[in-house]
Design a protein around this ligand. Structure first.
Ligand SMILES: *[C@@H]1O[C@H](CO)[C@@H](O)[C@H](O)[C@H]1NC(C)=O
Ligand SMILES: *[C@@H]1O[C@H](CO)[C@@H](O)[C@H](O)[C@H]1NC(C)=O
Ligand SMILES: *[C@@H]1O[C@H](CO)[C@@H](O)[C@H](O)[C@H]1NC(C)=O
Ligand SMILES: *[C@@H]1O[C@H](CO)[C@@H](O)[C@H](O)[C@H]1NC(C)=O
Length: 454
């Protein structure tokens, strides 16, 4: 069987404003070599956060990209659909000087600059490509657009040609479900060892970003297995299983519903507790967010299973600030959803929407009852700008239910202090444009909030 690779030609210097071009080419490398590279990469991964991985150092030869590793734009990137190996190398004629990192190979990719592509972007791009490949006829705009963007690189065949060649084969559809079934079998087998299960979960996490794959995982009973693995005493399985669930449930109501029925929610809340490793807790919070965002039934269950009390415990744990900030951000998003829903409903009924509505917003009502109106402003003392930003956003959406608490002198003093600090920063001449832009955003947040409270 032919091996197909998807090279992504990442030509732009900014990920945000241009889509990478994509084409399929036949592999000229032997699959065996790829597999070796990949096993090596996989063994290196483990509990690192995406941010902690080293930057990919491109050369003129294909090199495997480790899962989670950031890669700079302007490279040839390809994925072997059979082995799952993602590889990258320099474009022809590129000496690679601009990618050399002054011997500091430990430099973290998040710090270098904004022109770095994360694993997430790579996944999205591949997903996008595969959707196009499935659904577009060769005459449709998008494939023409893809084709023309890639005219320059002559060694690639056009998408039309490849589609013709693969007509009736439906290589990808068949492949995905087959691969998913294989990994599910690994998870279900008592003879699989730990590293085999870890590997299967890593791979599944990639596949379930696609909505149909996530649904198929559920249909063949794999979602139930994944949720069961979240209960594993092995932290590396619990965190990976949570990660799979989170990626499968994201914006996928069918999977959200199924996961709720399979009682994923109480398991995830258990994984958030203090005695679990931080890597597990982070992935559990990610999965929880996917499970209840844009899903009112899930939000109701979250309250029913005392999710708010579990989040509240994070306030007493000074070392867990990053987790707490993520929890608060989730609450902010859900409050925003619920408030909008209530306003829309009132508007439809021709009622006043400017008045006090916190009683009608289930999450806000519970937060007010449990004392969050005093807890959240306490975090304004933090040193991290990012935390301040997230806290101010939370205060904005909580304001309708917490007005009297937020009007208390010590909260007002804190807001004033931040405002003055940022006013001073904003008035100083900043060399870095992005920095001054950020100060303006922070300043806007605090000023608007004070207006809202006056
Ligand atoms: C797990 O099983 C695979 C395949 O049988 C084997 O190659 C690997 O060495 C095993 N790993 C451990 C840690 O036992
Ligand atoms: C797991 O294995 C059992 C029997 O060993 C089987 O009944 C079950 O259907 C399998 N589950 C999945 C999801 O494949
Ligand atoms: C996970 O563990 C809890 C408590 O030990 C148990 O109640 C629950 O049924 C388990 N979930 C699954 C899917 O096995
Ligand atoms: C927060 O932002 C301000 C304004 O840009 C800056 O002066 C300060 O150093 C930042 N603090 C931290 C901890 O990054």
């Amino acid at each position: 069987m032919l091996q197909y690779l998807i090279p992504l030609v990442l030509l732009s210097s900014s990920v945000a404003d241009q889509q990478p071009g994509l084409v399929l080419v036949e592999s000229d490398d032997s699959g065996v070599e790829n597999d070796n590279n990949y096993n090596k990469a996989v063994n290196d991964v483990n509990e690192h956060d995406e941010e902690d991985l080293e930057v990919f150092q491109p050369t003129a030869d294909w090199q495997a990209i480790k899962p989670g590793q950031g890669i700079p734009p302007g490279l040839h990137v390809r994925m072997n659909l059979q082995s799952g190996v993602k590889e990258a190398k320099l474009m022809d004629g590129d000496d690679g000087k601009k990618y050399q990192s002054n011997g500091n190979t430990k430099q973290k990719f998040i710090k270098i600059d904004k022109n770095i592509i994360s694993k997430q972007h790579l996944k999205e791009a591949l997903k996008d490509f595969r959707d196009k490949f499935h659904h577009d006829s060769p005459t449709e705009d998008s494939s023409e657009e893809l084709g023309s963007r890639l005219e320059a690189s002559q060694k690639f065949r056009s998408l039309d040609e490849i589609q013709k060649e693969l007509e009736g084969v439906d290589l990808f559809v068949k492949k995905d479900i087959e691969v998913i079934m294989e990994y599910v079998a690994v998870l279900n087998s008592s003879s699989s060892n730990l590293s085999e299960k870890e590997y299967a979960l890593n791979e599944l996490e990639y596949y379930v970003h696609q909505i149909d794959n996530a649904r198929d995982l559920h249909i063949i009973g794999g979602l139930a297995l994944v949720i069961k693995l979240m209960n594993s005493t092995e932290p590396s399985l619990a965190s990976r299983a949570s990660y799979v669930l989170g990626s499968a449930a994201q914006s996928n109501p069918q999977v959200q519903q199924a996961a709720l029925k399979l009682e994923a929610l109480p398991s995830l809340l258990r994984l958030l507790s203090k005695d679990k490793p931080m890597a597990v807790r982070k992935k559990a919070l990610y999965a929880l967010s996917s499970l209840i965002r844009l899903f009112p039934i899930g939000q109701k269950e979250f309250l029913k299973f005392s999710g708010l009390d579990i989040f509240q415990k994070l306030f007493e744990e000074p070392s867990s600030e990053p987790l707490l900030v993520k929890a608060i951000t989730l609450m902010t998003d859900i409050l925003t959803e619920q408030i909008e829903h209530v306003r829309n409903r009132l508007e439809k009924q021709g009622q006043d929407v400017s008045g006090e509505i916190s009683e009608r917003v289930p999450l806000l009502k519970k937060m007010v009852e449990k004392g969050w109106c005093r807890l959240v402003p306490g975090l304004l003392h933090t040193t991290e700008n990012d935390t301040k930003e997230k806290v101010l956003q939370a205060l904005h959406v909580m304001a309708t239910g917490c007005k009297s608490e937020f009007q208390e002198a010590h909260v007002q003093d804190n807001l004033n202090r931040l405002k003055l600090e940022w006013l001073k920063d904003a008035s100083q001449h900043h060399q870095d444009h992005d920095d001054s832009e950020y100060v303006r955003i922070l300043l806007g947040l605090v000023t608007d909030l004070m207006k809202k409270l006056s």
